[in-house]
Design a protein around this ligand. Structure first.
Ligand SMILES: [Mn+2]
Length: 357
């Protein structure tokens, strides 16, 4: 049995669970190495405290022989009945993405079993990366840095947001990534005031502020970073001051990260700086999010998250200030929590820089 399942079992024990159904394909891949896209079909892995874990698999899935008990079924078999038979009495944890079309019939078949939300048992483990994951994610961020650097060299007055985004996506492939980890964001001038602006045909003009938020997928793991630059000299007189402030908020937050610090206190470190300067209302999102097999995973750096930081966690630090109709500034790095601090995984310079015009 691998380490990751051991970690989940110990989390289950802490939550009083003797059995847990895992259905999120990314969680199943994380625990077993088996990767399936089940679409609408049932695909589940039952973890049991006695170590007799069971895979529930449709005949149409192609998987190598596993070390677990395998229950195979066809589209017309009573697959829910097969799961019902494998359950013990007592409490069963269910992960948060299991569809109601499976869960409710199972509840009807086993009214004696109490079913509770059990995702945290797996998600808390996924939040703390092991050595294999850390080295893959470092490489994903290294590629992201390289492509960001190329993008900042490439971008010039007269280009459209789409042109720049297409260039970035193509460079990811060229540098060995499998693609982007989310829709690449390139925003010029007022478009930058929408944190999730999608690239369009807006043309870059001299003096415009630019926001580039990008990430790639590498060996099944995501990267994510943002840099804000300007085309020539900023046309908005407030831009430099705001850029400095956001960079300082980013650096301040990163400087206090170490095991034991609360996630809400990291959010506050950045937010207080921005609020004290009078821009609090324009920083309208949480400071960061966890990341791993997808660009956003369970866990965030927000004012309400009282959880403490642990070595092996990887999350984003991305303060932003958005002035409607004028510009946006966001500066984002991924950080890895170490035994006594944190390692910033992105190295592209964060200071204000001008691209060519
Ligand atoms: Mn992000």
């Amino acid at each position: 049995m691998n380490n990751r399942i051991e970690r989940v079992l110990s989390n289950m024990k802490a939550h009083g669970l003797s059995q847990l159904i895992v259905s999120d394909p990314k969680s199943i891949k994380y625990l077993t190495g088996i990767e399936i896209e089940p679409y609408e079909r049932l695909f589940a892995f039952l973890i049991k405290e006695d170590g007799k874990h069971v895979f529930f698999l449709n005949n149409l899935f192609t998987v190598p022989k596993t070390i677990f008990e395998e229950v195979w079924f066809s589209d017309t078999d009573d697959s829910i009945g097969m799961i019902a038979e494998k359950l013990s009495g007592g409490t069963l944890g269910i992960d948060k993405t299991w569809a109601a079309r499976f869960l409710i019939p199972l509840m009807e078949r086993r009214p004696d079993v109490k079913m509770v939300l059990g995702s945290d048992c797996v998600d808390d483990s996924r939040a703390i990366k092991d050595d294999t994951e850390i080295s893959i994610m470092k490489k994903a961020s290294e590629i992201n840095d390289t492509v960001m650097h190329k993008a900042l060299d490439f971008i010039k007055e007269g280009m459209t947001e789409k042109q720049v985004a297409d260039f970035i996506d193509a460079q990811f492939i060229k540098e060995g990534a499998t693609g982007s980890s989310f829709t690449t964001i390139v925003s010029f001038a007022g478009n930058g005031a929408d944190p999730h602006h999608e690239p369009d045909d807006t043309v870059l003009k001299k003096g415009d502020a630019i926001v580039i938020d990008q990430g790639c997928m590498y060996e099944g793991y995501a990267s994510d970073m943002t840099r804000s630059v300007v085309c020539g000299e900023p046309s908005d007189p407030e831009y430099k001051k705001v850029h400095d402030l956001v960079r300082q908020a980013n650096e301040k937050a990163e400087s206090i990260i170490k095991p034991g610090v609360k996630l809400c206190d990291i959010d506050a470190a950045a937010r207080d700086l921005i609020t004290d300067a009078g821009y609090g209302v324009y920083f309208n999102h949480r400071l960061g999010h966890f990341i791993g097999q997808t660009d956003h995973e369970q866990g965030d750096v927000s004012s309400v998250n009282q959880n403490t930081v642990k070595p092996g966690m990887i999350f984003s630090i991305e303060p932003g200030i958005y002035l409607p109709g004028r510009f946006g500034v966001r500066i984002e790095d991924l950080v890895l929590v170490t035994e006594n601090g944190c390692e910033v995984l992105n190295h592209e310079d964060k200071h204000l820089k001008s691209v060519e015009y």
